[in-house]
Design a protein around this ligand. Structure first.
Ligand code: 4AD
Ligand code: MG
Length: 462
């Protein structure tokens, strides 16, 4: 008999038919006559109840049916008498596929803290919360591809190993095959990278944008969706060293078009999850964050505020609020400032634009005031910055001048500069942090709980 998933059993299978179920036991309870076994296979948040008459099964077999063990159950799917579930299975045969010693199985009891579950990240998929989070993660990834495919964007695979630092922040993980115990040196006593695998220094990418721009300046509209690596030593609930980023890049597109796309994109994704992940969201709304559904609906229903950085600074100064970090024109905003604007000042997502050029990357289009650039950050409640983007400097001379000011070697980015030499056009793009979005959508407050295997300073266990 073909196995039915729990999802199929709840949605597609007719009652009073024979079915085969395979999954992992969540709980077992009962009495002398009957055992109730809750089985989950991860296809849906709900577990299905298996009803086993004790006179049909040996004590020996039922003793091995413990939390965490895997089972194959054959039986009849029937309407459930009990509350809380539509259908259940009257077991005809039960086979324990893999035992789980109750003395040592770490998920024996319910209600573990997220911190504890992080230490057993290899097993936390088996909890309701993490099942929901990772099903939603999948749904969102799918929705992202659907959104851009429907809009005629092309998915471009930008390299993971690069020789450039797109953001110029120097937060890169080096990639090398040199023997670190015996590093070859050149005449100047510096590392001799000509002996390295690529014959030059390389690193893991911090962003696919620069390569993405090359694609957009030929294919019109592209997006990347890949892993991104940053060796920033920030142990916050919003930073990981390996995260996934979605970076659309569009030719013939200015900062206003860019903001329109960012807003539409975020609303589409949130709406998609609300329509397609109802059970999981309801679970998270009940168990993790009681205002989750309301907050998601609010984003879909409301226009984002659009505000210049300079105006944002004025509002922060006028707020009379005590912040831990200083508020001064020219300084970058900290997440406390971003969250004040979003959560207290406007009570809506905010797109902040036209930041001081000295706190932004070299590629952003310079405004005529000589002080600001056409940057746009989308700030969200509870998260702060969820998207960072900009219109790009398409003028060759201005771009080169800015690179010189910032000591960015032109000869290393000759291929990037070429696009400004040959048929340059206005273009823009942004990067959405996938895990930041997931935090917002699931209500989880620590980024380590929305990525299967988080990498953070001093931590890469699994
Ligand atoms: O603002 P960022 O650094 O922008 C870029 O990388 C541009 N090249 C994007 C572009 O214009 N194509 O990063 C974009 C987003 C941030 O807004 C944030 O959501 C996320 O990436 N992000 C991180 N997420 C988790 N952990 C980290 N350490 C992150 N750093 C950035
Ligand atoms: Mg940023």
């Amino acid at each position: 008999m073909r196995r039915s998933t729990v999802k199929e059993l709840f949605t597609d299978r007719e009652v009073n038919t024979d079915v085969l179920l395979k999954g992992w036991v969540r709980t077992k309870r009962g009495n002398k006559q009957v055992a109730f076994i809750a089985v989950n296979d991860g296809t849906i948040i709900h577990s299905i109840q298996v009803v086993a008459d004790t006179d049909k099964f040996s004590e020996e077999l039922l003793k091995n049916v413990t939390t965490g063990c895997s089972l194959a159950v054959q039986g009849k799917l029937v309407e459930s008498m009990g509350k809380g579930q539509k259908v259940e299975i009257l077991a005809e045969s039960i086979e324990v596929l893999g035992k789980s010693d109750p003395e040592v199985y770490p998920l024996q009891k319910k209600g573990h803290s997220f911190e504890f579950l992080r230490e057993i990240a290899h097993l936390r998929f088996r909890t309701n919360t993490f099942g929901a989070v990772f099903r939603i993660r999948h749904a969102l990834a799918f929705a992202i591809h659907k959104y851009y495919n429907d809009k005629g964007f092309f998915y471009l695979h930008t390299p993971i190993i690069t020789a450039s630092d797109a953001e110029g922040a120097g937060e890169m993980f080096k990639v090398t095959t040199l023997n670190l115990d015996n590093v070859p040196k050149n005449e100047e006593k510096k590392v001799d990278f000509t002996k390295d695998f690529f014959g030059r220094p390389t690193n893991l990418t911090v962003s696919g944008q620069l390569e993405g721009e090359l694609g957009a300046l030929a294919l019109s509209s592209i997006y990347t969706f890949g892993p991104t690596f940053r060796a920033e030593n920030s142990n916050t609930p919003r930073h990981v060293a390996e995260f996934w980023m979605i970076e659309p890049e569009m030719a013939f597109c200015d900062i206003t078009d860019n903001m329109d796309l960012a807003e539409d994109f975020l609303k589409y994704l949130i709406d998609y999850v609300m329509k397609n992940c109802k059970d999981d969201l309801e679970f998270l709304n009940n168990m993790v964050d009681k205002e989750l559904l309301e907050r998601l609906q609010f984003i879909v229903d409301n226009d984002f505020v659009r505000l210049k950085y300079t105006e944002g600074i004025e509002l922060l100064k006028k707020s009379g609020k005590k912040f831990d970090f200083p508020v001064e024109w020219g300084l970058d905003l900290q997440s406390e400032h971003e969250r004040y604007l979003v959560e207290e000042e406007f009570k809506k997502p905010v797109i902040l634009t036209d930041y001081p050029r000295d706190i932004k990357a070299f590629y952003m289009k310079q405004n005529d005031d000589g002080k600001t650039v056409r940057a746009m950050d989308v700030l969200f409640p509870r998260i702060g910055e969820i998207i960072g983007g900009s219109q790009r400097e398409e003028d060759y001379d201005k771009l080169v001048a800015r690179m010189r000011e910032m000591d960015i070697p032109e000869e290393e980015l000759w291929w990037y500069l070429d696009t400004r030499k040959f048929g340059t056009v206005e273009h823009s793009g942004f990067g959405l942090g996938f895990e930041r979005l997931l935090m917002f959508v699931t209500g989880m407050t620590n980024i380590r709980d929305v990525i299967p295997f988080p990498r953070t300073p001093n931590y890469a266990e699994f």
